[in-house]
Design a protein around this ligand. Structure first.
Ligand code: FA5
Length: 366
């Protein structure tokens, strides 16, 4: 028994002195493991007489319990100390400045759409929208392009495999002009709207992308004529480019939905590799650039949209937003607009605080 007490004292001292879980495990195996001294002592009970066993058994069991309790207590203490040390080493100093991270920016196309809305709102236009997944009737037929019309071939259209509920073709709209039809059907005349948005054509090079942006303009009222169209576009471009020397050229053209139709060109000059709007396109060092199409709304279109063409006339225009953004902010490849390259966005993007306003300026440079 004395031997057992000595072994117990030695083991309890070693447990108290253990500083790692491994050292503690060594003590457990040495005492309570299969060949540990407590286990060996328990095995001696079998050879004892019943009287001897009566005294020895509770004594050995008491030693066993004492050693097991000491192991448990020391294990808990070591684990708590390890956790506290880890927590102390992993503190976060909230007073440190945040690490440098790329900030988001407003895409030039979104910024230009806001500029358009601001300028046209001042001229009394509301902003209208329509679906990008359109049916053949709104995109073509109601715009005076029935199924056999050759002008349909001018738009490289993305069609969907499934037809609409009434059996018509479904497609990605090829221009914003279907919003003219939807707005007139909804609101009737008189009407004054712009409709900015995405359009799709299977077309791609440095100045054409399969998805691009247009803004449609539509004014329908009594006694509207081509002079109103020219004044509106000139007033818009002067405000948009923030310069007075904007010269527009209206070039005779053809669109099935307008009659007469005119293509809108703006005079510009080259400064290095940048095109700068302003001046007469025929002047020395100048040229013309096409910005969009326009014209007087064809009376057949008014009829199809439920407006009486004997009472109302209108003009409409469709401008390429990406093109006017490139011209204003000096990018030279349209494809970069849609690459999502953070360096390009950082350079050409806008801060959310650069809200275009007529009083503060619609052309704040980033
Ligand atoms: C039209 O889309 C007519 N709906 C415009 C219109 C509206 C005419 C109302 C009359 C009345 P057009 O296909 O020319 O027209 O396109 C208009 C403008 O969109 C072009 O002048 C050009 O600035 C821009 N655009 C056309 N195709 C692309 C393209 N693939 N990528 C970028 N911009 C384009």
């Amino acid at each position: 028994m004395t031997e057992l007490t000595d072994q117990k004292q030695t083991t309890l001292a070693a447990i108290a002195a253990a500083t790692t879980l491994d050292a503690l495990e060594e003590q457990r195996v040495g005492a309570l493991g299969k060949k540990g001294w407590v286990s060996l002592a328990l095995k001696t009970l079998g050879q004892m007489s019943p009287d001897e066993r009566k005294d020895a058994a509770p004594a050995i069991q008491a030693v066993r319990a004492e050693v097991a309790d000491a192991l448990d207590a020391r294990k808990t203490a070591l684990e708590t100390a390890a956790l506290e040390a880890q927590l102390a080493s992993e503190t976060i100093d909230l007073t440190l400045p945040p690490p440098a991270a790329a900030k988001g920016s407003i895409h030039p196309v979104s910024q230009v759409m806001d500029e358009l809305a601001e300028i046209f709102a001042d001229l009394g236009f509301a902003v209208a929208t329509g679906p990008e997944i359109e049916d053949d009737w709104h995109n073509f037929t109601a715009l005076n392009m029935d199924e056999s019309h050759p002008a349909r071939a001018m738009h490289d259209t993305f069609y969907f495999p499934d037809k609409s509920a009434d059996g018509g073709e479904m497609l990605l709209r090829t221009h914003t002009s279907p919003v003219q039809i939807r707005s007139m059907k909804d609101q009737g005349a008189p009407i004054r709207i712009i409709a900015p948005g995405r359009v799709y054509r299977s077309d791609s090079d440095a100045t054409h992308t399969p998805m691009f942006h247009q803004v449609e303009g539509l004014v329908v009222d009594r006694d509207i004529h081509l002079g109103h169209l020219k004044w509106t576009l000139e007033t818009f471009f002067k405000a948009f480019f923030e310069r007075e020397d904007i010269v527009l050229r209206l070039r005779p053209s053809y669109f099935p939905f307008t009659e007469p139709s005119v293509e809108v060109d703006v005079g510009y000059s080259n400064e290095g590799d940048r095109r700068v709007v302003g001046g007469h396109g025929d002047a020395e060092g100048h040229d013309w650039m096409e910005l969009g199409g326009s014209g007087m709304v064809n009376r057949r279109v008014l009829e199809m949209a439920g407006v009486d063409p004997d009472e109302y006339q209108g003009f409409a225009f469709g401008l390429g937003i990406d093109r006017i953004a490139m011209l204003k902010y000096g990018m030279n490849d349209l494809r970069a607009f849609f690459d999502g390259d953070p360096r390009w966005l950082q350079h050409y993007g806008f801060s959310p605080f650069d809200q275009p306003t007529l009083s503060g300026g619609v052309g704040v440079r980033p």
